[in-house]
Design a binder for this molecule. Structure first.
Ligand code: CDP
Length: 236
């Protein structure tokens, strides 16, 4: 394992909504002592900021005001000493919980389709990966953010299974949720993410597919770690 710790690579994990990318990415990063970045959290934080300022109204986004607002948004991550998670901060405020709410999930794909928002966040994400040793998950990590990543994984799972997992996750957090609403949100976001003009969700040509519909967390973890080991050993 010391080889893995010493030889830093970039691991890009892309895929559909709620298929457990962040969970497995976080575990892999912990194992390898890498930085973990949930790029979706960054899109969610920007969305939250826009919602709070009334810039995202039903179906419409105030584009000029939004560009102005981007200049005032500062996003950072900090390890939560209690949970050991990398919590996200919006202008110094911990918004880790708030960005996970359905109200944000319902607007985020619309906001993530805006070119200026993507440019703003992609530049920050690339900066974070400069010294490698990073696991980042999202929709365009292997295609746009780190096209040269040594390991690219495209994760997927059947939609009802993803909805059930998200439903349980939110229920555990005592969020008022409804299964049908979550399933609808997941399929809506998949559609918007796949069909947008700006960096649509798609598998990079050199990505490996991981369908985890019928896999446990442990199995996914081992599957990815095995790929990392192969890359590190091949290159040695
Ligand atoms: O956790 P979940 O899979 O539900 O989504 P997320 O990773 O938190 O991402 C929320 C939304 O942000 C996605 O539905 C995309 O619209 C957008 N996103 C993106 O466009 N590009 C990324 N690299 C990451 C997220």
């Amino acid at each position: 394992m010391s080889d893995l710790v010493e030889k830093k690579i970039i691991i890009a994990i892309d895929g559909y909504s709620s298929c457990g990318k962040s969970t497995v990415a976080r575990e892999i990063a912990r194992k390898l002592n890498y930085l973990f970045i949930d790029s979706g959290a960054m899109y969610r934080a920007v969305t939250l900021s826009f919602i709070r300022s009334g810039l995202v109204l039903d179906g419409e986004v105030d584009r000029p005001a939004l560009k102005e607002q981007l200049r005032r948004i500062h996003i950072s991550f900090q390890t939560n000493q209690e949970t050991r998670h990398n919590d996200i901060f919006l202008n110094g405020e911990n918004v880790e919980q708030e960005i996970r709410q359905l109200a944000v999930a319902q607007k985020v794909s619309q906001v993530a389709a805006i070119a200026e928002v993507r440019q703003f966040l992609v530049a920050q994400q690339q900066e974070m990966g400069q010294s490698k040793g990073i696991v980042m998950d999202g929709r365009d990590i292997g295609t746009v953010v780190f096209p040269g990543a040594e390991l690219k994984i495209f994760m997927t799972a059947e939609a009802p299974i993803r909805a059930q997992r998200r439903f349980e996750e939110m229920k555990a957090k005592k969020e008022p949720v409804n299964f049908e609403e979550i399933l609808q949100n997941i399929t809506d976001r998949d559609r918007v993410d796949e069909t947008r003009t700006e960096s649509p969700l798609r598998k990079a040509a050199d990505a490996v597919v991981l369908d985890n519909s019928h896999m446990t967390r442990e199995e996914q973890f081992i599957w990815i770690l095995d790929k990392v080991k192969k890359i590190v050993t091949d290159e040695d």
